[in-house]
Design a protein around this ligand. Structure first.
Ligand code: CA2
Length: 149
């Protein structure tokens, strides 16, 4: 049985599709999850969202023990959390940092990510369609290192 891909989502993303559609679109997080499962074509996905920093850290630890890859949209924790960065640093496999919006086109406070310097790749600005693209990309990365598949 292959190890799951962890797709972790940070604070407020449970409200996706309900506010600021000009920035984040109208797709809900449940629909994003369905898109990811379809893109994974059978590979196991663990898809989670939390508004709590410690919970995301616990899930990164779980992924370190049980996961083959991590896709993470840390939302506001991107710019604040050394603790999530430290946990992610321990993950030995491929890791994609994902943002729905292009954080670099936004205000200065959205420019300095703690995660980008330790991520394998960064996807930003593709809208929620970035998620299935990230799933395909990480499956490709995992297949390049069969020990983790
Ligand atoms: O673009 C992204 O995916 C972000 O990670 C979203 C974060 C923001 O802090 C990052 O800079 C970029 C904010 C998520 C807020 O979630 C909302 C959900 C529904 C409606 C409005 C905001």
């Amino acid at each position: 049985m292959s190890k799951p891909i962890y797709i972790l989502n940070g604070p407020n993303l449970n409200r996706l599709g309900t506010r600021e559609p000009e920035i984040y679109g109208r797709t809900t997080l449940a629909e994003v999850e369905a898109m990811c499962r379809e893109a994974a074509s059978g590979h196991t996905i663990v898809f989670r969202q939390s508004n709590r920093e410690y919970e995301i850290i616990e899930w990164v630890h779980e992924a370190i023990d049980e996961g083959s890859g991590i896709i993470i949209n840390p939302a506001a924790f991107t710019f604040t959390s050394m603790a999530i960065m430290d946990a992610l640093k321990m993950f030995p496999g491929p890791m994609i940092e994902l943002h729905i919006s292009n954080i670099h086109r936004r205000e200065q406070i959205y420019h300095k990510s703690y995660v980008s310097p330790i991520a394998t790749a960064v996807i930003a600005g593709l809208g929620t369609k970035g998620y299935p693209i990230a799933v395909q990309a990480i499956l490709d990365m995992i297949s390049q290192s069969p020990a983790r598949a």
